[in-house]
Every structure is written in structure tokens, then in C-alpha cells.
Write a protein that binds this ligand. Sequence first.
Ligand code: TXA
Ligand code: MG
Length: 354
Amino acid sequence: LVRQPSGTTDERAERDLKEAAALLQSGKTVAFPTETVYGLGGDARRSDAVESIFTAKGRPADNPLIVHIADRRQLDELVSGVKPVEAALMDAFWPGPLTLVLPVRPGVLSPRVTAGLDTVGIRMPDHPVALRLLAVSGCPVAAPSANRSGRPSPTRASHVREDLAGRIGGILDGGPTGVGVESTVVQAGDDGVVTILRPGGITAEQLAAVAAAVETDPALAGSGPDEHSPAPRSPGMKYTHYAPRGRLCVVEGPSPQRVTDHIRAALAEAAARGERTAVLAFDEHRSAYEGERVYSLGSLARLEEAAHRLYDVLRACDEDGAAFILSEACPQEGLGAAVMNRLLKAAGHEVVQA
Ligand code: TXA
Ligand code: MG
């Protein structure tokens, strides 16, 4: 494994980075930090490299990968056109947690990257290690989150190691990631309407400040996968993701008091059944759960804290052996939309009204 522990000398970091770039150039996989979550990268033009990503993750083959670039000039080689609204979004949010689904230029990328679609998701990550790796390797890098399929996404190098040690070429350690949830995936129509296929680090409000019209894929509003809801346009959204090993349930309610009362009663019942329990709570309500195992989602006034911590907290619940986990819900505004999307998926859409 390649390491780049924070606090190492520049010389050492540069050597590790070059080693990682060489791995990519030889068709191997490397996990690397981005501003959202760690990615598992491979040269997007090589089917052997892309195949290794799917194998290491145990990822379904019909779920396409995001391609990462360091320079807008790489776009020409990869896509067959950029609409004015897409260029405006790139100007506003790249580098950053926004993935644009664009028409793929045939014959350059491995067909495994796009899972047979005629589009490709592309983003420029806002992380110095990721940008250096992309620039030094010179590769367009296909990179899904660096977790085993179905596990919470990795926000620390140790999470990558837990899931993928021995299955990949190396890990570049850039410390904990910042945003903590994945990029927002969008697609623009011919009419200039921007559709959110996956909520993420760039909020709907931020997009609306740049694009005239922003919509959310109607499939995301559904109560989970069933034969009556429309198929999501982002294939990844149909899978149960991010799941902890214990049963997770999200509690919504008309008032904080009703929610905390409901959670305390449900915890008492689970404890009586002999189950190990945990609560995911916002700091404003923590004092209501005295004596319980509480994981903080940060303050309701700063939902970026919940985004930053969510996956780490879900993994901690696993480590702790929690069999029954209850989480408070948050408003679906700003980053709250991404937080609730991931929480509901982790819960297999099990929501109760207090
Ligand atoms: O923040 C992120 O986006 C992270 C970091 C590593 O960059 N990557 C990430 O990749 O989350 P992954 O593979 O875990 O999720 C990619 C999502 C999936 O939901 C996939 O279906 C969607 O993007 N996607 C990729 N290409 C697409 C396409 N051509 N059309 C629609 N959705 C696409
Ligand atoms: Mg993922």
C-alpha cells in the first residue's frame, strides 16, 4: 500500500504521489482522497483497470462510474459537446462536488465505465492530492467511492483499508475528507433545465443561482424501490447503499419533543428485547438521550456537520455492534437533502412518524 500520512515531508508525499500515478499508468487501481469521499481510481480508458474496480468493490456491472479530470481541456477528448448551462455550472462549481452527465464521445473510454449508456458522468474534484494525482498520471480517472458495494462510503483512509485492503493497488492517505457525502449528479436537458439525479455536496439552492430551472429526478422522491415508482436516471440510486449492519430507522415528527419521546420509548423496547442500541441525534436534542449510546450529527443549524460525519457514524455503529439504530431526521434544505437521501437509503427507507 502507498501511504501519504498527513504531516509527512513534502518529499515523501511527492514520492508517494508519483508511485500512485505510476500505478494508474500501469492499469492498476489506487484509492485517493477527494473533497467528498475517497474514490477508487483506475484509468478510464483501460477496460482491465475498470474491471479491477468493479471486482474490488463487488459492484453491479450496470452501475456506471464517474470520470475525474484535473483540467477542462481534457473534456474535448471525452465528451461530444457542452451546453451553455453546463459550461456555466463548471465555471461556478469546478473544481468541486458536482458531476455533470454529458454525451460521451465514442471510442475513448472503456465501455465498462458508462455501463453501455451514451452519456458519461464527469467531475473535477476539489482536493489538492486528487488534482495532483490526476495531473501527474495524465489519465482520465474512473472512480467510484472506495468502499465495498453496499457499505457506507469511505471518508477516511482507514475506512478504505477496512473494506479493500489486499484487493487494490494502493491507498493515498490525505486525512479525513471535508464534505463527507458524494458529489451532486446533474444532467441538463436541451431546454436548459438541470435535473438533479443524485443530491450531494452542491445544493439545489446553489444550482438554482446559476441555472434558470432546476428539478429533482422524480424517482428520488419515491419511498424506495418498488415496481410502481419510475426508474431513477442515475442507475446507482436504485441500489441499497451505505447500509450499516444493524437495523436503522429514521424518525420524523411534528416537533422535536415528539421525536425524542418516540425514540426514547423505542430504545427502551429494543433494550428490553436485549438488543444493543444507538441513536443518531442533533446536538440541540442530545440531552434528551441521557444514558443512551448517542452519535452526534452536529448542529441542526449547520447541516454540513451531519454530511461530514454521517458515514463515519454509520461505520462506528457497526464497530460498536449496534443491532437497532434510530436516527433523527433533518429538514431537506441545503445539504439536508443529501443527508436525508443517504440516511433513508441506509435505512432501506424505513421511516416512522412520531
Ligand atoms: O463524490 C463522488 O461523486 C465520489 C468521488 C469518489 O468522486 N464518487 C462517487 O461515485 O460517488 P459512485 O460510483 O459511488 O457514484 C456514481 C453515481 C452513481 O449513482 C451512478 O449511477 C451515477 O453517478 N452515474 C454515473 N454515470 C452516470 C450516467 N452516465 N448517467 C447517470 N448517472 C450516472
Ligand atoms: Mg458509491
